[in-house]
Design a protein. Sequence first.
Length: 278
Amino acid sequence: MSLGVLLVVLFGALLHASWNLLIKSGANRQATTALVYISAGALSACALPFLPRPDPASWPYLLASTLTELLYGVVLAAAYRVGDLSHAYPLMRGTAPLLVAIASTLLAGEPLPRSVGIGVAVMSTAIFSLILDARSRRQSSAATALALLNAGLIATYTVIDGVGSRKSGHAVAYSLWLSTFIAVPWLVAALERFRAQRWAVLRAELRSGVLGGACSLASYTMALWAMTRAPIAAVAAVRESSIVFGTVLGALILHERVSWVRAAAVTAIAGGVWVIGY
């Protein structure tokens, strides 16, 4: 992975942690989540006329990813409703690289580089310590289960989009079409869910939703672009440096307590990311 690609993925990771922080800190997490996806879709739709259409071979991947990411968004809001950002976020994002590494090897036919294997092994060990820490700090089993479920969904759409963006011939256009597709059912569901108080919800959560949508769109577009220039598993793993950003933001802004176990695990995850990037 070149230095330029590495820096793009790291900046995308910071943006990813930022929009997750906006959802976690929102008064109405379901509304904020919906607005993040709707805003990302609206921004994408404005840019699509100026971009080429993805190759037809990539459209099945776009549809499959849309369904997977819709479920991911629902589980994400539920995970933050019952668990801490600094607990749920590392579990979701940190477990996914192991699954992506396995899936990209078996399904995408992409051999796993040694550095990626070592980095993922370090990260996986750290993730196991986070699960034990959740029990000691009495994080609910539901929070842990939802976070691990989302890790599987993250791995699924990452591999789908990694292959799909390569087939599309234009990773940015692929990402923007994906965001547009995802926004439509979120818009329909939000109009139905918040019918009675839609204007009050919109006023309260609009700023967070639009900012989060911009961060989400930019973050994933950067990741898909990087996957056309580096192995899928390597990009997916380096992108999980967002775990470090998420934990720090949770502690500094949301005042969540970070135990020594969690701090050590996050440090190990950062080390694993460094090995992969190096």
